[in-house]
Design a protein around this ligand. Structure first.
Ligand SMILES: CC(C)(COP(=O)(O)OP(=O)(O)OC[C@H]1O[C@@H](n2cnc3c(N)ncnc32)[C@H](O)[C@@H]1OP(=O)(O)O)[C@@H](O)C(=O)NCCC(=O)NCCS
Length: 345
């Protein structure tokens, strides 16, 4: 275990009556005896996520077991902050980062600072291990908790860009609906160079190699993704990935991954949009880091930012780095993370 702390004296008194002291530990091993407890806590808090997703995301992750902050009181687990380990480009070098996911406090122990203690312990432990940053996409319940701690920064929220599936797009000059990308069954190491281009183009971004892409899209237990690639012989020019979702009764084709230069992506996106429309999408959408060249490419392809009144929730992004976020990462254009699927990693 890494950082270990006890909250019994740290909790603000207020009118709260503590049932017991709470211990917070960060480590990789939730023992077999506690595993069922941890799982039932997560299942209660996230009823739409089934056990297949938990196993895929945490037990079958390609970089090994997750790091988890665990709060215990009265002999049981009362809070959990799991994470996803990430290989990341960080200002030109490879580094370790963590994405926090699925934080939960037992309903009987909420509003006592357990969540705040979990994220603090996790961030301190990550720093001790030399992680370049910890980040997450909080919901409206957890966002205020990040806001209260100055070392957690909220540089921006993500924008949702949309357009009608039929009629708004175009095939780039010289391409046809059949020459705009080949379906990908499985990624191999030849795609790694395409992902590695991120290292020189952006201050930070997750390493998108074939291991990541296979785990993330091909090995997902439920979601059928549409994966299209554009190649010149053995050389990859672009990859675009999407899936169909049902949002408020509307079938939406969500673009969740874009790798490649704008000109190549322009071609492969046309193919992806076409396939999503054929699959029944009425609307196409993409959650983007505003200011990035991909956002500009989508704008040229007819997508427009959905106004805040039309978006039912805000897609927050918060991060914490030792010594604070560098200036170039105060803006969304500096980051290359995941695109559309922010409900899962
Ligand atoms: C979101 C969640 C993790 C928060 O957990 P928590 O342990 O209750 O969080 P905290 O106690 O640190 O903070 C919650 C509130 O209690 C307040 N609080 C903290 N310690 C307190 C104390 N000793 N006395 C009184 N209030 C206290 C905080 O100020 C905060 O107030 P706010 O609601 O005005 O922001 C919990 O509600 C949960 O598990 N929700 C379901 C899962 C979920 O949605 N997770 C977020 C996914 S991104």
């Amino acid at each position: 275990m890494g950082v270990r702390s006890s909250m019994s004296s740290g909790i603000p008194a207020g009118d709260l009556t503590l049932k017991a002291s709470v211990d917070v530990e960060v480590g990789e091993d939730i023992g077999a005896s506690e595993f069922a407890q941890a799982l039932s806590l997560l299942e209660d808090a996230y009823p739409r996520i089934d056990s297949g997703i938990w196993r895929w995301q945490y037990a079958r992750h390609y970089l090994g077991p997750p790091r988890v902050a665990v709060a215990r009181a009265e002999g049981r687990i009362v809070g959990l902050q799991p994470s996803i380990r990430q290989e990341t480009w960080w200002r030109g070098t490879r580094a370790l980062a963590y994405q926090l996911c699925h934080v939960v406090t037992h309903p009987g122990y909420r509003r006592r600072g357990i969540f705040s203690a979990l994220i603090e312990a996790f961030a301190r432990d990550a720093e001790q291990q030399g992680a370049c940053c910890v980040y997450t996409f909080p919901n409206r319940l957890s966002y205020p908790g990040f806001q209260r701690v100055p070392s957690w920064e909220h540089p921006f929220s993500l924008s949702l860009m949309v357009r009608m599936a039929i009629g708004g797009g175009r095939f780039p000059r010289g391409s046809t609906s059949t020459s705009v990308g080949q379906p990908i069954e499985r990624f191999d190491a030849s795609v790694d160079d395409l992902g590695a281009a991120i290292a020189t183009r952006y201050p930070t971004g997750r390493v998108r190699d074939h291991r990541y892409l296979n785990w993330r899209y091909m090995d997902h237990p439920h979601r059928p993704y549409v994966c299209l690639g554009l190649r010149d012989g053995p050389h990859w020019r672009a990859v675009a990935i999407g899936r169909l979702v049902q949002w408020s009764g509307v079938r939406v084709g969500l673009i969740v991954e874009m790798l490649g230069d704008s000109a190549s992506l322009d071609v492969v996106l046309a193919g992806l949009e076409n396939r999503l429309a054929q699959g029944g999408a009425a609307v196409l959408g993409c959650l983007v880091f505003p200011g990035r060249e991909e956002a500009e490419l989508l704008r040229r392809r007819g997508y427009r930012r959905l106004p805040s009144w039309a978006v039912r929730k805000e897609f927050y992004f918060v991060a914490r780095a030792p010594g604070g976020l560098p200036a170039e990462l105060q803006q969304p254009a500096g980051w290359w993370l995941t695109w559309g699927d922010n409900d899962t990693v």
